[in-house]
Design a protein around this ligand. Structure first.
Ligand code: GAR
Length: 196
């Protein structure tokens, strides 16, 4: 921890808009988490440009460079330990972490997902919610366990589905809610107000 703030590392695979919002929230003097590093499994993840602009340390740890899942996860753990990581935020990290990794970091690793879990785990959540005729959709931040998009919820935001919504319009509104929810959820976890 640095100056009472929890050392937080964000994992991304792509655009990094949730990552950017967490970085912005963390710049507030009273915010209890400091973003000290970004880990990406993709060397061309757009979010890396944002991290660079904020002078945050980055590590690209790609499964392609290792002999298997276990070796990749161990390299990630090693990096996290070197950075003295307290909390890990998955923010559009589209790679499944192994059982040992999830156990090792249990209670310290959280994820954002674009649905009201346990509904719509996996991909294409907006399209699936529309096709099912839902009247509400939303997003969830939860503690990570080995099961995909599973683990105890930290918080959810409900986003009403509006007449005429297509997946793109719905995604845009849910993403806006994600940005608020994730900054709030990380704060709760960093303050130990919500625990695994
Ligand atoms: C977000 O909508 C996030 O909830 C989703 O990927 C997007 C990443 O966007 N994550 C998952 O689907 C995880 N199961 P971002 O890179 O702009 O934050």
């Amino acid at each position: 921890m640095s100056a009472g703030k929890k050392n937080t590392v964000i994992f991304i695979s792509g655009r990094g808009s949730n990552m950017e919002q967490l970085i912005k929230a963390s710049l507030s003097p009273n915010y209890p988490a400091k973003i000290i590093g970004i880990i990406s499994n993709k060397p061309d993840a757009k979010g890396l440009e944002i991290a660079k602009a904020h002078n945050i340390k980055m590590a690209i740890i790609s499964p392609k460079d290792f002999s298997g899942k276990k070796a990749t996860d161990e390299a990630i753990s090693k990096q996290l330990e070197q950075w003295n990581t307290d909390i890990i935020c998955l923010a559009g990290y589209m790679r499944l972490l192994g059982k040992d990794f999830c156990k090792k970091w249990q209670g310290k690793i959280i994820n954002i997902h674009p649905s009201l879990l346990p509904r719509y785990k996996g991909l294409d959540t907006h399209q699936r919610a529309l096709e099912a005729g839902e009247i509400e959709h939303g997003c969830t931040v939860h503690f990570v366990t080995y099961e995909m998009d599973d683990g105890p919820n930290i918080g959810q935001v409900i986003v009403p589905i509006e007449i005429g919504d297509d997946a793109k319009a719905l995604e845009k509104r849910v993403l806006k809610a994600e940005h608020h929810l994730y900054a709030w959820a990380l704060e709760q976890v960093a303050l130990d107000k919500i625990k695994f």
